[in-house]
Write a protein that binds this ligand. Structure first.
Ligand SMILES: O=C(O)CCC(=O)C(=O)O
Length: 324
């Protein structure tokens, strides 16, 4: 009798559920790691369709038209931004407005730079894509005791006007004492040099201290302030050569290597790693989803100065608890 053929279910794509020892070693050495094929085609398509739905349905009528702007010394800091830790808010590309009239020059779905910062709780498809066995296993392998997802974003890098992201370390924006941030960055579309993929200063997590942090200013808004606490994660403290190391980083130009990736790839980014992305002047968007974890264990301080404050009702989401 001929064997019965069973068709695979439509979403039978096999997703890795842990890091290999080589991947972990590579992350520790380089400060970042690219893991291909962590999302099935069906998951990618559900996340993209949710994104397109959000972009086409948000209301302009009551929107404060907040742009996502960040520079060496200034950063967006209005209340729409500061209250986004428990909401889904939409931030515009700076180049989506006419420099002469200030009017929006693009349709709204082509004008948004990023959507944030509570997708991991408020959007069912993004929640499902955040709290996965793979992400929990990675957090465990990276040594987290109580990883907390504190923010999530869709970054659109819109065709023609997608803004550059200047070199930065994620712990500047998500500071704990000692530093503990790790970025989980997931391509929903192919990211290439043309549409503004990430690039990394390989190994800089070991030599670049976190020197400044984004805080809420007393008079309102946000600003950068010197870090007074630890500048490297626990166990990575730089010894008495710290000043020499700092001079080396400041004196020498960092070399950035491109991280071109296919859709579905996960990129892990150490909170001290210098990384950036260039403008997207191509005709193709570069949609990605990213969320960040910090250590929630008691020895790690997350203070009230940080621009991003925990949602009042439940605090930052526990990556481990949400899976159990
Ligand atoms: O996606 C990008 O272009 C930049 C993202 C980034 O630097 C980050 O999430 O830390």
């Amino acid at each position: 009798m001929a064997p019965t053929r069973v068709s695979p279910p439509p979403d039978s794509f096999s997703v890795p559920d842990h890091l290999t020892a080589e991947q972990l070693a590579s992350y520790n050495t380089n400060g970042y790691l690219i893991i291909p094929n962590t999302l099935s085609p069906a998951t990618i398509s559900s996340l993209l369709s949710e994104t397109h739905h959000m972009l086409s349905s948000f209301s302009l009528a009551d929107h404060p038209m907040t742009k996502f702007s960040t520079g060496e010394t200034s950063h967006v800091g209005d209340s729409y931004f500061l209250t986004s830790s428990s909401k889904i808010h939409f931030f515009f590309e700076e180049a989506a407005f006419s420099p002469h009239t200030g009017a929006l020059t693009k349709a709204k779905h082509l004008a948004i730079n990023k959507i944030g910062h509570y997708l991991h709780e408020l959007s069912p498809p993004f929640k499902k894509a955040t709290f996965t066995p793979l992400h929990a296993s990675i957090a465990r392998m990276l040594g987290f005791q109580d990883p907390r997802v504190l923010q999530s974003m869709i970054i659109c890098k819109q065709p023609e006007i997608g803004g550059a992201v200047r070199p930065h370390q994620d712990s500047t924006f998500l500071y704990t004492n000692p530093p503990s941030a790790v970025g989980f960055w997931i391509a929903l579309e192919d990211a290439t040099e043309e549409n503004g993929c990430l690039s990394f200063a390989r190994g800089s997590h070991k030599r670049a201290p976190v020197k400044s942090r984004l805080v809420r200013k007393e008079g309102g808004g946000t600003g950068f302030e010197d870090v007074e606490g630890a500048r490297f994660p626990a166990g990575m403290e730089v010894g008495k050569d710290e000043e020499a190391e700092e001079e080396e980083v400041e004196g020498g130009e960092e070399v950035y290597e491109l991280g071109e990736v296919k859709s579905g790839s996960l990129v892990l980014i150490h909170g001290n790693l210098l990384h950036k992305s260039e403008k997207n002047t191509s005709g193709k968007s570069r949609f990605i989803y990213t969320f960040h974890c910090i250590e929630g264990a008691n020895e790690y301080e997350y203070d009230e100065k940080n621009w991003l404050q925990p949602p009042e009702d439940k605090g930052f989401s526990r990556l481990f608890e949400s899976l159990s």
